[in-house]
Structure formats: C-alpha cells, structure tokens
Design a protein around this ligand. Structure first.
Ligand code: C5P
Length: 243
C-alpha cells in the first residue's frame, strides 16, 4: 500500500522517504502503547488528532523562532518534516509532580514543583528508557556539553510557550517529553525540536475539573481518550474538518 520507501517504524509513527532530499514524511498511526509497548491497542482517530495537534504546536514554535523539524502537514495523517539525526534522548520537562517522578520521590501527584525540572532518559526499548545524567550523556557521546545546553534552552522555551498556550484554554501543562535532532544545513548544524508534541507525550489537566486530557487515560484504563484529545483540539481552535 505504501507509495514510498519506509525509513523507520516506531510505536506510534512511520517515517517514509520524503519528496525531496533532506525531507521525510511522518505518518501518525492509531496505535496506543504504554509501559514500553507491554500494553498495546489501536484507538481509531488518535493518529489524526495527534497529527493536527502536533502541527498546530510545531507551527507556533516555528513562528516564534523555536527551530523544529516541521515543514507542513500534507494530509490527515501525514506531515512533511526535515530529516534530522535524532539524539537518542527523551527530554522530559516537569512543572507539577506526576507519573514516574511522583512515584520515584514519593511526592503526591499534583504538587507544584519548586521550579521546572528537566530530566533526560536514554531512548532504548530494550532497557525501558532509563533515566540518565549529563555525565552519562557526555561520557557515552550521545551529545556534547554544548548540545546539552542547547537542548535544555530549547526545552525551557518550549515549556514557557506551551504553559501559556494551554493556560489560555483552561489546561494545566503538568509535564511533557520532547525529542531533539541535529539538522545539517550546508556546513552548519543546529539542534531542533523533532518527533511530535501531542497529548500522547504531555500531561494535560483541566484547570477547573482536574480531568486528565492526555494519554494517562489509556495508561490508567480510564477510557475516553479520543474524546479527551478532541477536547484539547477543540479548545486550541483546531477545526475537526476532513481536509
Ligand atoms: O512517565 P513519566 O512521568 O516519566 O512521563 C513524563 C512525561 O513524559 C509525560 O508527559 C509522558 O507522557 C511523557 N513520556 C513520553 N514518552 C515516554 C515517557 C514519558 O512521552 N517514553
């Protein structure tokens, strides 16, 4: 069925060769996974919503000068992106205690953190994405100290932007994960935000009701995932059309 060469298939997305050198097509699947794919389901409509929400966020990031891999959405499930060399780290930014931090440090979920905290995890399915420090990252050569500084600066800027964006529509940004890549342009290289930003990799709580509008609905068997993602899209003013 595929018209293009498949470059990579991950848990939630497929990357195909793009129309021009240096570009790729990122396809959003309906697959939902949690606990490193130990739990797996197909949730109809999720891929379309994540494509739209991620497009909305990356377009805004590009517009305010935060560099990303995003070029444009091409249809309901696909976007055109710049090919980057993915840095094998998951960068998590936390504003409120939840999930693994709440568990690891014995802090009640919902406790405001004294300041935003950035954590690094090594991207490895076999190892369940272990948490790593800057020491590990530089010692094993996953990124150099300058790149770590650039990644942290990007993460903080993304956090500031997303916190305000969601606050404006009655949603608290609890935490989120980004991935970064090296974009080579001529003999220049810069670090850009890659992958996706959607309710699959953010924790989003309704400010009034504390309802969870993110993937915890799936991880915690709460149901209503598509409704929650649709609600996020609706509040952001993303039309639910079929173009
Ligand atoms: O599970 P944990 O509390 O460490 O997750 C922190 C944030 O990172 C959450 O918003 C979660 O959705 C995101 N995350 C992710 N992909 C992972 C691990 C965490 O998107 N593999």
């Amino acid at each position: 069925m595929s018209r293009r060469r498949r470059i990579y298939e991950g848990k939630g997305k497929v990357l195909y060769e793009g129309p021009e050198p240096g570009t790729l097509i990122q396809f959003f699947k309906d697959d939902a996974t949690a606990f490193n794919a130990k739990k797996h389901d197909v949730i109809e409509g999720k891929g379309v919503l994540n494509n739209r929400i991620s497009e909305f966020i990356f377009e805004h990031l590009n517009r305010i000068g935060i560099p990303t891999h995003f070029i444009r959405r091409v249809n309901m499930r696909e976007q055109l992106i710049k090919e980057v060399e993915i840095i094998p780290l998951e960068i998590v930014v936390r504003n409120v205690a939840a999930g693994s931090l709440a568990k690891r440090l014995g802090i009640d979920e919902g406790t405001m953190l004294p300041r935003s905290i950035i954590e690094f995890y090594y991207k490895s399915d076999e190892l369940d994405d272990p948490m790593v420090s800057e020491e590990h990252i530089t010692a094993f050569g996953w990124a150099n100290p300058q790149e770590i500084d650039d990644i942290m600066a990007l993460a903080i800027r993304v956090n500031d932007f997303l916190t305000g964006l969601f606050m404006g529509v009655g949603i608290q940004l609890v935490d989120f994960k980004i991935e970064c890549g090296r974009l080579y342009e001529g003999d220049m290289m810069r670090i850009v935000v890659a992958d996706e930003i959607s309710p699959d990799n953010c924790r989003l709580w309704d400010i009034e009701t504390q309802d969870k509008l993110d993937k915890d609905r799936y991880r915690r068997d709460m149901g209503g995932l598509v409704d929650a993602y649709q609600e996020v899209a609706r509040r952001l003013g993303i039309v639910n059309g079929n173009e």
